[in-house]
Design a protein around this ligand. Structure first.
Ligand code: PLP
Length: 360
């Protein structure tokens, strides 16, 4: 029985040709494909500046450091308690303080709590468009205030959102900047890879410097605490061949989500879905479901963690009492996700829905 995996890769002929050209050129680190990728994504998103980086975690860290350089004295970052841990780890690696707020039933950050958590030390709101769904509410108030908004779009490349004040636009284009990941389970993959997009020149220049050791120039003068977060020419050679495929990948994934919703009577919707979430009544039933899916060789995972309860965070900040993050804790304990990627066959989708029905 073939395993149904969570991730898949599609490698068009152009990617092979680009990689060959890249290897032949000897330019494996920096090179023309990195610049081409940045230009292609700038066009794709309609963004003024794109910085290609080595992965989504680095994109988050570099964005946060750039913003911190622009706002000395502000070091609190407001983010959802339920997220993928890399999102929250980035806050710590950037030397900042995470301020967690709960999520709503749809897994997205509770905006009223986010606004209530703001202080004079707040650096930014930092929601994530989890599972390819828009984090911001249509009537969001997070864009009406002077506190900048950074969007983590690592799970939502190519998705669009809507707010009353900004209309329809690509996720990552609502606030000051957005971060993206090209890890294998995401919309397109370069193995590892990431992007930062923004229209703000000063912010973009800081990101560009910080992801390159904090360099001011090629003479080894340094302005900022930097990191080596550069995307390689090899990664970019693959990425350049994939930009045009994003729309079709997301379309197929939405179709697969619609099929599972119909079969299971669920109403999950996401513009750039990267998985299909299922939330059970309790942890025992969720864990039994994970075991059943594994028996049938369907790769599935716990949905996401309640990050303040994860060891790296309790080690640093202690334990929160039971009153905190009820929704994030419930979803973390009771949620799982299954694959919906674009390469699933009809038979495989049927099997996923059939086995999920057995778990209910
Ligand atoms: C919400 C979120 N943020 C950040 C990341 C980090 O991206 P990467 O794996 O490319 O470092 C991920 C990765 O899955 C993610 O889901």
């Amino acid at each position: 029985m073939k395993k149904i995996s969570l991730a898949c890769t599609n490698v068009p002929l152009k990617a092979y040709l680009n990689v060959f050209d890249c290897l032949w050129s000897g330019r494996l680190g920096r090179g023309k494909y990195v610049q081409e990728l940045e230009e292609r994504f700038a066009n794709y998103f309609g963004a003024k500046y794109v910085i290609a980086v080595s992965n989504g975690t680095i994109a988050d860290i570099v964005m946060l450091r750039a913003l911190a350089e622009m706002n000395p004295g502000r070091d609190e970052v407001i983010l959802p308690a339920l997220t993928f841990i890399a999102h929250a780890n980035a806050v710590l690696w950037a030397g900042l303080k995470p301020v967690f707020v709960d999520v709503d039933d749809d897994c997205q950050m509770n905006e009223a709590q986010a606004i209530a958590a703001a202080t004079t030390k707040t650096l930014c709101y930092f929601p994530a468009n989890l599972i390819g769904k828009q984090a911001l509410r249509a009537n969001t108030k997070l864009l009406n205030v002077s506190i900048p908004l950074l969007e983590d779009c690592c799970e939502s490349m190519g998705g669009h959102g809507f707010t009353l004040t900004r209309g329809i636009r690509a996720m990552g284009r609502f606030g000051l900047a957005g971060s993206f990941s090209m890890y294998p389970s995401h919309t397109i993959t370069t193995g590892e890879g990431g992007l930062i997009i923004t229209d703000n020149r000063e912010f973009a220049e800081k990101c560009r410097s910080i992801h390159n050791h904090g360099k001011r120039n090629e003479d080894f003068d340094f302005d900022y605490l930097g990191i080596n977060g550069k995307m390689t020419n090899l990664q970019a050679a693959i990425g350049c061949a994939l930009v045009d495929t994003i729309g079709e990948v997301n379309r197929k994934r939405r179709e697969n989500v619609a099929y599972l919703c119909k079969e299971l009577g669920e109403n999950f919707k996401a513009d750039a879905p990267h998985c299909f979430p299922v939330i059970y009544e309790n942890r025992v039933r969720r864990d039994a479901a994970l075991a059943k899916l594994a028996d049938h060789k369907i790769e599935a995972r716990k949905l996401m963690g309640c990050i303040p309860d994860e060891k790296p965070f309790t080690d640093r900040f202690g334990h929160y009492t039971n009153d905190f993050f009820p929704n994030a804790r419930r979803i973390a304990n009771c949620g799982l996700f299954v694959p919906i990627h674009q390469n699933l066959t009809e038979k495989e989708l049927f099997k996923i829905s059939y086995v999920l029905k057995l778990t209910r």
